[in-house]
Write a protein that binds this ligand. Structure first.
Ligand SMILES: N[C@@H](CCC(=O)N[C@@H](CS)C(=O)NCC(=O)O)C(=O)O
Length: 208
């Protein structure tokens, strides 16, 4: 059994979606980051930077932090969505999500959604970067069905939850034809629908 320590955020949803996709039995343990539960000493032992998500694999008592590392672990363990022969491509798109897409769109959330009016510089900077990311993803998906190639992989699973916050971005996902096609195709997967609603409170995936 896998225990998933998480909050209902894009980084958290990556892992509930992956666990649903591979059909593993798992239990969600909520970490309320709005109440600083991530700073509890017992959680910092699992996650040195006090961030969700973390998993504990109770089969071998291994705990893993960082969503990219967790996706790789589950991909290798299950033999799904991380094929050996595709790893060079998958790793690049996964690292692009971890290093650019998530952190930059995360800043756009901070300035544009949570704290509008506090910093014109921050709002403009991250709006522009987030728009560029939409365009770059759209360009990639014009040539390729999924991010790493023909197959749906952990790189898509890592990236999709960030686009699922598109209503916060005010960029207009529907204007990006290839990105919209990819977004909708993944949105229709049963495992994604279940993993998106990781707190079982009836959360529905936003449409275009
Ligand atoms: N690079 C990390 C980022 C995780 C992350 O930023 N988690 C946020 C929630 S989405 C968090 O735990 N924030 C609490 C904090 O920083 O205090 C990963 O991908 O796992």
């Amino acid at each position: 059994m896998i225990e998933l320590f998480t909050a209902d955020t894009p980084n958290g949803k990556k892992i509930s979606i992956m666990l649903e996709e591979i059909g593993y039995e798992y239990k969600v343990t909520k970490v309320d980051i709005s109440k600083d539960e991530q700073f509890k000493p017992e959680f910092i032992k699992l996650s040195p930077f006090s961030k969700i998500p973390v998993i504990t694999d109770h089969e071998n008592n291994e705990s893993i932090f960082e969503s990219g590392a967790i996706l790789i672990y589950l991909g290798e363990k299950s033999g799904r969505f991380y094929d050996q022969q595709d790893r060079l491509k998958v790793n690049q798109w996964l690292m692009a999500q971890m290093g650019t897409i998530g952190p930059m769109i995360g800043q756009h959330h901070q300035f544009h959604h949570y704290n509008p009016g506090k910093s014109e510089f921050g709002e403009e900077r991250y709006f522009k970067i987030a728009k560029r990311i939409y365009q770059e993803l759209d360009n990639r998906l014009e040539q390729s069905k999924f991010l790493a190639g023909k197959k749906y992989t952990i790189a898509d699973i890592a990236t999709w939850p960030w686009l699922a916050r598109h209503e916060w971005h005010d960029i207009g996902l529907k204007n990006y034809k290839n990105l919209s096609r990819w977004y909708l195709e993944i949105s229709n997967r049963d495992a994604v629908i279940r993993g998106y609603d990781l707190y079982n409170n009836g959360s529905k995936i936003p449409t275009l």
